[in-house]
Design a protein around this ligand. Structure first.
Ligand code: ADP
Ligand code: MG
Length: 735
């Protein structure tokens, strides 16, 4: 075996099958074609990449007669009779008696009247559910049903495999798993041997089976072991394609773009004493950087002083001190004569950030080189859609002529009127709220504005920790830095889920006690209505209720997203200065609010929030030296909600919580953050396939290094095109 031998070139390419309509299959009757269409299957490739949802291992046969109450099982049985009626509560109920050779079982469905049609007499189906006890008899209620065959005629049981693949045919589509399997059979037979696009050395070093075996065994497994080997191979292929797309995108950008070499950043990194804002800030900070901040700052400065544009993701839990690090990087860039921009998702956050940057920068001055005037104080500009017209005009011209060197803003920074004289570094905070395009748009704002044709550097930050595996898949095209420790002196937040009225009363008592001892508190009300106006009413009423009851006698303030910026500022200022005891707010305080004296967070109706959001909200307290508490109010309507609230009680580690979140929500929601992803991962799982994700990443890096732009690996390039939309494929393969 020679190393890096190109892939075998014999066999059929997947892409060729994408050009073949399912109508071309002999067994595809017009009815079946129509049914396939409702499942989104138009081509033979679609068909073959619709993998079984699960398998029934008939080698471990379960007889109906052996079932015990409490068993959760899958049984293969024939419908002997089916009836429908309305219960006394007015619910529709379908009851079927199903039998296998050993005996009979009652199966009932509530509020699924269409089951009568689906489960006609003689239908052979799999029923998955829990065996319950109904008036002394065994009964399965609302099982998951997979129709295997419609009538005993097409139930040719010896034709069935020992391991029966169950396809995702839905109950309402007149296409059984057996039909589906037959179509797959035909497609596999006629497709013959598949080209294996993966170079042999990678395949054997990872002990992956070949593509043809994988395609056959995923659909027609000879054994559980074969099925698992097939899944592993095909899951790897999915992950490899994603990683290759990310690596290629990275390569194209790096290949084309020239970055700015920020010389001054090298000075700062090396600790040289060249005076400048960055150095001055480091010296005037009231605290030393944590080791993690220092390490991450060096990583960033290293990127900034190289001639390739930086694309770096900075992850760090709420309060870990990302802002300071970003500010130091911005100042180092500004020291070199460039401009810096910080873009955030909301106005509240923009105001908060502008404020905290201003206070960190207080005392820094611009030394006037001409010596004509006294030093000017360093300006942190703020640009949002609410910026008054005259101020906006002043800012825009300042950004265009370079006299404004640091701007904080919202999407307003992307608007047409905004241009930079020489943008050197763009920082995006809470980047999950922005799309990939907005990232690109901000970078484009700076590109070559000064005629140099060089790309500004880009740092994106997130306080929403995502599991490492998800980060690899979502942000594989970014370098990643993690601030993994909190600044010292923080006392861990004690979180209590106050699920009963008694516990709730205790929570309010804690609020009153904290305030009596000089601390402050937040109360967060979730948005409940579809309309912002109604929500404002709801939160306003809640303030009045609290003022009359639980928090009577305390000074309450109200903050919500519909308030004008200046109104909000007044309230925030009052809270910050201690003129208010309690800030009752909607989730506008989710990010960025920093009042160390606030030590209690009460989140009403907490089950309405997701883990990440609750963790973010909780991060508003625990910012000072005093011990902090968080109370989650309300009960949990679902077991998932219970697990979420329990997880928050148990852990304050954002990464640990992110793992729980991934586990609870599945990857769909995480990958949904990026347009692609979910549909590209039919088999691979972020939660389970961490090792494969690593392997795919390593393989993709190696392949892109050994075969630049995949020249020489046409099979893989060809498959990648399947995944990319035409525009992106052009972009990546334009050579
Ligand atoms: P993040 O943006 O990661 O949520 P911030 O940068 O807002 O965190 O920092 C949170 C708080 O911690 C701020 O009040 C900040 O001044 C303070 N802080 C940051 N770094 C340190 C440090 N090394 N030591 C002590 N306090 C710090
Ligand atoms: Mg922050």
């Amino acid at each position: 075996m020679s190393d890096a031998a190109p892939a075998a070139t014999s066999g059929r390419r997947l892409r060729a099958l994408d050009a073949v309509s399912v109508e071309r299959l002999h067994r595809a009757t017009p009815k079946k074609v129509a049914a396939l269409k409702t499942l989104g299957i138009a081509t033979v490739l679609d068909l073959l990449t619709t993998y079984p949802r699960r398998y029934l291992d008939r080698t471990r046969k379960l007889d109906v007669v052996d079932l015990d109450v409490g068993d959760e099982v899958t049984i293969l049985a024939t419908v002997a009779s089916v009836t429908t009626r309305t219960t006394r509560q007015g619910r529709s109920m379908v009851e079927a008696t199903v039998t296998d050779a050993s005996g009979a079982l009652s199966v009932v469905f509530f509020n699924q009247p269409w089951r009568v049609k689906q489960l006609g007499e003689g239908t052979l189906a799999l029923f998955f559910g829990k065996v319950g006890d109904y008036r002394g008899g065994r009964q399965m209620a609302n099982p998951v049903v997979d129709v295997v065959a419609l009538s005993p005629d097409d139930h040719v049981s010896d034709k069935m495999l020992r391991i029966v693949p169950i396809y995702p045919t839905s109950g309402k589509v007149r296409l059984t798993s057996l039909d589906f399997g037959e179509l797959i059979d035909e497609a596999l037979t006629r497709a013959g041997v598949f080209e294996d696009p993966l170079p042999e050395p990678i395949r054997s070093s990872l002990d992956l089976c070949d593509r043809t075996t994988a395609m056959v065994q995923i659909h027609r497994p000879a054994s559980v072991e074969f099925q698992q080997a097939a899944r592993r191979r095909l899951a790897f292929d999915e992950l490899l394609r994603l990683q290759l797309a990310l690596q290629l995108r990275r390569a194209v950008i790096d290949d084309e773009a020239l970055g700015i070499v920020h010389e001054r950043c090298r000075d700062v990194a090396q600790g040289s004493s060249t005076p400048g804002f960055a150095r001055a800030l480091l010296e005037q900070l009231p605290f030393p950087l944590t080791q993690a901040q220092d390490r991450v700052l060096r990583e960033i400065l290293g990127d900034l002083s190289s001639n390739q544009p930086m694309h770096r993701l900075l992850q760090g839990d709420v309060g870990s001190g990302k802002t300071v690090v970003a500010l130091l990087a911005l100042l180092a860039v500004i020291d070199g004569g460039y401009q810096g921009a910080l873009m955030v998702p909301t106005e509240v956050l923009a105001e908060q950030h502008a404020q905290s940057l201003r206070s960190l920068c207080a005392g820094l001055t611009i030394p006037r080189s001409d010596g004509l005037f006294a030093d000017q104080p360093f300006e942190v500009a703020l640009l949002t859609s609410k910026t008054p017209a005259s101020e906006r005009r002043r800012l825009l011209s300042g950004l265009a002529d370079g006299s404004v060197s640091l701007v904080v803003g919202t999407h307003a920074l992307l608007s047409d009127g905004v241009s930079f004289a020489h943008l050197g570094l763009a920082v995006i905070d809470e980047q999950h709220r922005f799309g990939v395009e907005q990232r690109a748009a901000l970078r484009a704002k700076g590109r070559g504005a000064d005629g140099s044709g060089r790309d500004p550097d880009l740092l994106v930050m997130t306080a929403t920790p995502i599991p490492r595996t998800a980060a690899m898949v979502l942000f594989g095209d970014l370098d990643r830095s993690v601030i993994d420790v909190l600044p010292p002196g923080r006392t861990p937040i004690v979180t209590t889920w106050a699920s009963t009225p008694l516990l709730e009363e205790a929570a309010w008592e804690s609020v009153r006690r904290a305030i009596a001892s000089g601390r402050q508190a937040y109360v967060v009300c979730p948005l409940v209505e579809a309309s912002a106006t109604l929500d404002v009413t709801a939160v306003t009423e809640e303030v009045e209720r609290l003022a009359a009851q639980e928090l009577a006698g305390l000074r309450l303030g109200l903050l919500h997203g519909q308030m004008r910026a200046d109104e909000r500022r007044i309230v925030m200022e009052a809270f910050r200065s201690g003129a208010l005891d309690v800030l009752v707010a909607t989730t506008v305080i989710e990010v960025g609010v920093d009042v160390p004296n606030a030590t209690v967070m009460v989140i009403e109706d907490a089950a309405r929030f997701g883990i990440a959001q609750l963790h973010q909200l909780r991060g508003r307290v625990g910012r000072g030296a005093h011990a902090s508490q968080c109370f989650l109010l309300g009960d949990a309507p679902t077991t998932d909600a219970t697990r979420r609230l329990r997880a928050l009680e148990a852990s304050t580690d954002g990464f640990e919580l992110a793992e729980v979140d991934l586990d609870l929500r599945g990857e769909g929601t995480i990958l949904g953050a990026r347009q692609r992803g979910e549909s590209d991962l039919a088999l691979a799982s972020l939660a389970r396939d961490g090792d494969l994700i690593d392997a795919a990443n390593v393989a993709a890096v190696a392949l892109c290094r050994d075969f630049p732009f995949l020249v020489g690996l046409e099979g893989l390039a060809d498959e990648l095109r399947l995944l990319l939309d035409a525009e992106e494929a052009d972009f990546l393969f334009k050579s």
